[in-house]
Design a protein around this ligand. Structure first.
Ligand code: PGA
Length: 248
């Protein structure tokens, strides 16, 4: 059985006032959710949000981590530190980290390894750029990104973690693939997982990310192999995020 997961990726946005207002609005009607809801704020706000989500079914996620346990890594945050604050999910390999902070496949694989060894779940982001899409390389790119993690880690260790298919050209642009096209890629990802382990393929939640919003969330999540969303912009508006959480 796979859970439906709605994860909000706040990126480098928000402040304390924003968070206070956000949760006031989100929790106003004491909502209950059938999906698993995750919010991934910037590191400094993890504790602030942990306090607010203490008694409700919203899980805490982080946007990145370092693969090392401790030591001389100025500015970095270890998985043990995140776990200490009640973090359950860590986004790894987001295209912004890959493109802007030079995270390559090996680094991504090591980070996923660190996350699962700390008993948290990784949200492994994969997806093609516009150029790769235009060159017909979408499936090849995704296969490489997934192979590099599963070959490094082994399929069993990845069990329980999550994949987010995020076409880079869809992130923050308002442009998305059709739900049918996204479903085709999700189904391809599930087949890739099945090559490693049939149970892993059946049980791994595969989220769609990239301009998901209140107007298209239902169409995406209604597809057989789309098990939820990793949502950037629309997760920063409490009313929109709530509507998407409630739509599943
Ligand atoms: P977006 O971002 O929903 O704003 O496109 C998604 C993401 O980058 O995870």
């Amino acid at each position: 059985m796979r859970n439906t997961i709605i994860a909000g990726n706040w990126k480098m946005n928000s402040d304390k006032n924003f968070i206070d207002e956000f949760f006031k609005e989100l929790l106003l009607g004491k909502p209950s959710f059938t999906a698993e809801i995750v919010i991934c704020p910037p590191f400094p706000y993890l504790l602030h949000i942990a306090k607010k989500t203490k008694d409700i079914a919203i899980k805490l996620g982080a946007q990145s981590c370092n693969a090392n346990h401790n030591g001389a890594h100025t500015g970095e945050v270890s998985v043990e530190m995140l776990s200490d604050f009640g973090v359950k999910y860590v986004i790894v390999g987001h295209s912004e980290r890959r493109a802007l902070y030079a995270e390559d496949d090996l680094m991504v694989a090591k980070k996923v390894g660190a996350v699962v060894n700390a008993n948290m779940k990784a949200i492994l982001c994969v997806g093609e750029t516009q150029e790769e899409k235009d060159a017909g390389k979408t499936k090849g790119v995704i296969k490489n990104q997934i192979d590099s993690v599963l070959n490094f880690l082994g399929a069993k260790s990845f069990s329980g973690s999550v994949i987010a298919y995020e076409p880079v050209w869809a992130i923050g642009t308002g442009i998305t693939p059709t739900a049918e096209k996204a479903q085709e890629i999700h189904s391809f990802i599930r087949e890739l997982l099945a090559d490693y382990d049939k149970e892993l393929a059946k049980n791994t939640a595969i989220l769609y990310g990239g301009s998901m919003n209140i107007n298209n969330a239902k169409d995406f999540i209604g597809c057989e192999d789309i098990d939820g969303g990793l949502i950037g912009g629309a997760s920063l508006k409490a009313s929109d995020f709530l509507k998407i959480c409630k739509a599943v």
